[in-house]
Each structure stands twice: as structure tokens, then as C-alpha cells.
Write a protein of this length. Structure first.
Length: 258
């Protein structure tokens, strides 16, 4: 643990095997975001539903950088934002607002990731949103929803509108003037969806740097073809990529599974 951080006791063997695995996978997501430079200091959030009937979920301890987060440091809360187990940390209310809404509304939302990357925020503030400029964008667009900005996410009333905009099946969202969001049945699926969305945003920012009139939109027929080709979503491909992501973490930013 970094100097100045509060001490965290290991929870390995003190929680169920299913909860521990969820904790390890969620901590890995935080570390991967930090490794890619998509974190926003102590802000933004990734959450995971704890397996079981209690409707608990895990979220980051407010005050820790993403590259510091471990499986044992994650905070377990209920859908009302109450901390379930004793911890020296508390949570960010804005994170609770966004994540509790999606976890409560979507049974398939086992993992929810929200980021404020420079490129993601830039595209979220672009009037046209994400454009069909690149293969990454074409993969993302069929799964992409939009939610208009209402201010810092502290108003619990916003949850209903956010969930309505996401709908019952979309797995990616552009939060206008704010950032990006990914939903997954597994950590791998959540990560791969965000990876493609963030790459598509970065590519769009680079392409538009030469001017809107000089970019080439993908033909409609090609967009339709990619939509058919990716109809099964990110689950299987995410499962293939995830072990390599963990190996990369073990090499470059180890300690997430503590």
C-alpha cells in the first residue's frame, strides 16, 4: 500500500470464494484503467455485483488512486449506499448514484465502468457523438446509448432517466459532456467494451483534427455488415483477451489480487 494510505487487512479466506473472485476481477479493472492512463485521479468508478441474493455491490474506496486499489480494499455497499462491512474508507456519492441505478435495473449488469478520459469526454461533448469513422467505432455503435448531462451525479432522481436511456440491452453509453460507461456480465466483457469505445473516441479525435470535411465515413453497407458480424457482443472475445490483460498487470502493475 502506498505511503499515507490507511492499512487494509486481507479479506482472502474471509469472504466467499465467489465474492473474492469478484473482488480480484474488479481490482484488475481498476488497475487496467490506470495502466492505460484513463483514470481521473480518485474520481470515476467501476463497480461489481457481489454474487448472492443480498443485492450488494463493490466499489472503489474514495481517496485511493486506481493503481493502488486491491481486492481487499474495495468497499461493499447495498443499493441504498450503506457500507455493509467495516472499512476505514467511504465511497463517492456520485459513483453510488450512477452505479446503483444500473445494478438495480439490469440483472446482466454484473460490472459497470464509468470513465472521464480526455478522448471520451471530448467525443461526449461533440454534437454528432461517435461517428462511424473506424472499425472500432462500427463495432461500438450498435451497443451505444446516450444520456444528456444533468450536472454532477448527486441527484438520485437522475437514476430513472439514466436507466431509461441505457435501455434493457445496450452495454455502452456516452454520458454527454461527461464521459463513457460500459456494462458487462463479466469483468472481461465490461473491459473489452470500454476498450473499444475509448479507442474509437481517441481515433475520432485524431481524425477530426484534420477537419470534419476531410474525414471518410464508413459506407452504410459496411456498417450493416459489421453490425451483423458483431451481433453476439463482447463476451466471447473478452474471455479470450482477459487472461492476457491479467498477465500484463502481473508484469507491470502487480498486487491487485491482495
Amino acid at each position: 500500500m502506498a505511503d499515507g494510505a490507511l492499512p487494509i487487512s486481507s479479506l482472502k479466506g474471509k469472504v466467499s470464494d465467489a465474492e473474492w473472485q469478484a473482488r480480484v476481477d474488479l481490482a484488475a479493472l481498476y488497475r487496467l484503467v490506470a495502466l492505460h492512463g484513463w483514470d481521473d485521479m480518485i474520481f470515476t468508478h467501476i463497480s461489481a455485483r457481489v454474487p448472492g441474493p443480498e443485492h450488494h455491490f463493490l466499489i472503489n474506496p474514495y481517496g485511493m488512486f486506481f493503481g493502488e486499489i486491491t481486492a481487499s480494499s474495495l468497499v461493499k455497499v447495498d443499493l441504498d449506499g450503506n457500507v455493509v462491512d467495516k472499512t476505514p474508507y467511504y465511497i463517492n456519492p456520485a459513483g453510488f448514484t450512477i452505479h446503483s441505478a444500473i445494478h438495480a435495473a439490469r440483472e446482466d449488469a454484473h460490472y459497470v465502468m464509468h470513465l472521464h478520459s480526455d478522448q471520451g469526454v471530448a467525443v461526449s461533448a461533440h454534437k454528432e457523438g461517435l461517428l462511424p469513422l473506424t472499425q472500432h467505432a462500427l463495432i461500438v455503435l450498435p451497443q451505444l446509448a446516450y444520456h444528456d448531462y444533468e450536472g454532477i451525479a448527486l441527484n438520485l432522481d437522475e437514476r430513472e432517466r439514466l436507466v431509461a436511456d441505457l435501455g434493457p440491452t445496450k452495454r455502452l453509453m456516452m454520458l454527454r459532456n461527461h464521459g463513457t460507461l460500459s456494462v458487462g456480465g463479466t469483468a472481461a466483457e465490461c473491459w473489452l467494451g470500454m476498450f473499444f469505445l475509448e479507442r474509437a473516441c481517441a481515433q475520432q479525435v485524431m481524425a477530426l483534427s484534420i477537419g470534419r470535411d476531410n474525414v471518410l465515413l464508413a459506407p452504410d453497407a459496411a456498417q450493416d455488415e459489421v453490425r451483423k458480424q458483431t451481433g453476439m457482443g463482447m463476451g466471447m472475445i473478452g474471455g479470450l483477451a482477459w487472461p492476457g490483460c491479467l498477465r500484463k498487470l502481473d508484469r507491470e502493475l502487480p498486487g491487485y489480487a491482495d
